[in-house]
Design a protein around this ligand. Structure first.
Ligand SMILES: *Cc1c(COP(=O)(O)O)cnc(C)c1O
Length: 328
């Protein structure tokens, strides 16, 4: 099943070697309430505690460390819903590379400020991810920048795959992996790692009900475009690129199942993480937890790992959710 894919476990180990000085090995936390509910031990991979507040630093570091001196001298460019732009800005700053981050109007203020604080050049490239991408393509040509895609890039996939290695080392018994899904580098990388080691491992992708582009594309059998909708999971919003070359194929091959969650389920998961685990999650980081809390993941005797992919929530949003839930 994995044989005809270009990327292998070896590439993920190489990525780990390269990026380990720049990332944090995040904890794998026990989740007692969820384990009772899922009738299997549930462990949470706390990438919300990762440097820059999301797993994106893994792929961004791997990408930047692969650039040639010429590419570094000219600078890098990305289109981002915020977290990749932030991770890229940090790594670029460390390596003395200029980073241009093209965002959409939907990116919340906390994510914009973080990019600016790290010296990234921030440009609002349009209303939707597709508009921003067209704008970025022009900039790439005009300024000779190197495009560093947040998901559709082999270095992004193998960088995110290092999460799979860490989970397997800490909990080799886990055989079900619940992973937030948007462009699909996170799912592709983790699935490639864990399925290489255990062909019986199941990988489940979770998106929000509001415009889950990857899931609709899987159903259609080709990449589709659907209008973006406002969602708590802003980190998952946006298209997967009509010229998608890597992740659509990989997710098609590697995802065993997909699940969608409602805004209410995402809010409940964010509150659950805060209240029971003192963990701050952004909506995108909470969708896997939301699927488990809603009883949407079929239990597995051996163990479930859920990836808490990010914690960069705009604080007023979290405060509003917490006060609403506490008032009930
Ligand atoms: C980017 C991101 C995702 C989705 O990752 P993909 O590789 O695009 O599927 C999930 N959660 C958070 C917090 C993210 O920043």
């Amino acid at each position: 099943m994995l044989q005809d894919l270009e990327l292998t476990l070896k590439h993920i180990y190489e990525a780990r070697q390269l990026i380990s000085p720049h990332i944090r090995k995040t904890p794998l936390l026990e989740m007692p309430e969820l384990s009772a509910l899922a009738e299997a031990p549930v462990l949470a991979k706390a990438e919300n505690l990762q440097i820059t507040g999301s797993f994106k630093i893994r792929g961004a570091a791997n990408k930047l460390l692969h650039l040639t001196p010429q590419q570094k001298a000219k600078g890098v460019l990305t289109c981002s819903s915020g977290n990749h732009g932030r991770a890229l800005s940090l790594m670029a700053q460390k390596l003395g590379v200029h980073a241009v981050v093209c965002i959409t109007e939907a990116v919340p203020p906390n994510k914009r400020q973080a990019i600016l604080d790290l010296g990234g050049e921030l440009i609002v490239g349009g209303k939707t991810a597709d508009d921003a991408l067209i704008f970025a393509d022009q900039l790439e040509v005009e300024r000779g920048l190197t495009m560093t895609h947040s998901f559709d890039d082999p270095n992004a996939i193998t960088g995110q795959g290092t999460i799979g290695l860490e989970i397997m080392e800490d909990a080799p018994q886990v055989d079900t992996f619940v992973v937030p899904l948007s462009g699909g580098s996170l799912l592709s990388g983790i699935a490639l790692a864990v399925k290489s080691a255990n062909p019986k491992a199941r990988v489940i992708g979770v998106s929000m009900q509001r415009a889950p582009v990857m899931i609709e594309s899987l159903k259609a059998g080709h990449v589709v475009e659907i209008p973006e909708e406002p969602t708590l999971a802003d980190g998952l919003a946006g298209g997967i690129g009509l010229n998608n070359t890597w992740t659509f194929r990989y997710v098609q091959r590697l995802a065993d199942e997909t699940i969608t969650v409602s805004e209410e389920e995402i809010a409940s998961a964010m509150f659950h993480a805060l209240h029971h685990h003192h963990l701050v999650l952004e909506g995108a980081g909470a969708v896997g937890l939301a699927a488990l809390l809603a009883g949407k993941v079929k239990s597995s005797g051996q163990g479930i790992a859920v990836v808490l992919s990010g914690g960069n929530v705009n604080l007023p949003v979290l405060i509003k959710i917490a006060s609403q839930k506490l008032a009930v």
